[in-house]
Design a protein around this ligand. Structure first.
Ligand SMILES: Cc1ncc(COP(=O)(O)O)c(C=O)c1O
Length: 388
């Protein structure tokens, strides 16, 4: 019964917890109490469902990808999170957190972003609810995701460049946490993935689980059975845990999480440690320094991963695999040309991995198409698309 995790202290087995400096202990506690109160509140749930349906456009389709299915000799379904308003799954979580922020009386919203999708989603939600929005983004990511920076600014958010470390997602999270420590009274930290101290891994998972609940019902309506496989990309791990969670107790469903090979704490060289407030697999040196990562996709370029994924790795319930840039580019090209859908580079890792799976005629696979690829076309134009 994995649905009961985390425990009261925020642990999934030995992973998770609340490893925060003293100045954040109170804000984290206040957030935990508020979330536990409102997650059961009828009005809160009604409001969340209202915005899911009318603002985000849920339910998203579970699309039977006929051409891709022919290519791989099985049945492939795409969970179309790319069709959510703003172009990715990130808004599911943002709407949930901002509804909570409103109830907590916090009017200043801060967020980190890597690919810019979470930043755009937060700026969008803040505009909708009339809240002030500040987004921290690594300088390197600002360069490769220029379109999203412009979108955030159009939505009225202030984007603050982060120049420390590798100038990517982990550094943006550090900076956002620093802001939260200084301004917790009026500020809500809207975290973009299932990482960070408790309650974030649980709360983000809960908001994103709508993906898996819908997909399960839609697949059942189409096939009258459970799928054989679920495949999703893993950065911090929110689109994947959202798809996986409602299937965890269905032992026959094989579940695969695709990490970027150069940023893969679960499948390529990670060890247990503490990063951004929780215990999980992370990429670190022997002396505990966080290692630099590389991925062609900004949203997967992160040295940590959500604690629930670490637990699911150890228990063997989910298989985590590394997917390199070349394989992701292959996935990007394949989906664009075969299905007329340009995927985000992050989601392209899940598509690219299909080639490595041994699939049979009667197998059905659900792939989480976490986002659309408009933001990535410039990166693609700079990297030759090679067949592999
Ligand atoms: C489209 C898309 N997919 C996936 C991710 C990875 O995040 P997560 O693992 O939390 O779903 C991102 C992150 O920015 C993203 O923009």
């Amino acid at each position: 019964m994995r649905h009961h995790l985390p425990n009261k202290k925020g642990y999934f087995g030995k992973y998770g917890g609340q490893f925060v400096p003293e100045t954040l202990a109170e804000p984290v506690d206040e957030l935990t109490k508020a979330y536990l109160k409102y997650k059961k509140d009828k009005k809160f749930k009604e409001e969340l469902n209202y915005y899911f349906k009318n603002f985000i456009g849920r339910p998203t389709p579970l699309y039977f990808a006929e051409n891709l299915s022919r290519q791989f000799g099985c049945k492939i379904y795409l969970k179309r999170e790319d069709l959510c308003h703003t172009g990715a799954h990130k808004l599911n979580n943002v709407i949930g957190q901002l509804l909570l922020a409103r109830r907590m009386g916090k009017r200043r919203i801060i967020a980190e972003t890597g690919a810019g999708q979470h930043g755009v989603a937060t700026a969008t939600g803040a505009a909708l609810f009339g809240l002030k929005c500040i987004v921290y983004m690594g300088e390197e990511d600002i360069k490769r995701q220029a379109l999203n920076v412009f979108r955030m600014e159009l939505l009225g958010a202030k984007v603050i460049p982060v120049t420390s470390g590798t100038k990517t997602l982990k550094d943006a999270i550090n900076e956002t946490m620093r802001d939260w420590m200084a301004n917790a009274n009026d500020t809500f930290y809207c975290l973009g993935s299932c990482v960070g101290p408790h309650p974030y891994p649980m709360m983000v998972r809960d908001f994103q689980s709508v993906i898996g609940r819908e997909a399960k019902a839609q697949h059942f309506a189409a096939e009258k059975k459970l799928p054989n496989y679920l495949v999703a990309c893993v950065g911090g791990g929110s689109n994947s845990i959202g798809l996986f969670h409602p299937f965890l107790d269905d032992a026959k469903v094989e579940i695969i999480g695709c990490e970027a090979k150069g940023a893969a704490p679960l499948s390529n060289g990670g060890t247990v440690g503490i990063l951004h407030g929780s215990k999980s697999y992370i990429l670190q040196s022997k002396s505990g320094q966080i290692l630099n990562t590389h991925s062609i996709s900004a949203g997967l370029d992160y040295s940590g991963v959500g604690p629930e994924h670490s637990y699911l790795k150890d228990t063997g319930r989910v298989k985590y695999v590394p997917v390199n840039d070349k394989e992701a580019l292959y996935g990007f090209k394949l989906l664009s040309e075969k299905e007329g859908i340009i995927p985000a580079l992050e989601s392209s890792h899940a598509i690219g991995y299909l080639k490595k799976m041994k699939l049979n005629k009667n197998d059905t696979v659900i792939v989480c198409l976490s986002g659309r690829g408009d933001k990535d076309v410039e990166t693609i134009s700079r990297n030759c698309i090679c067949s592999y």
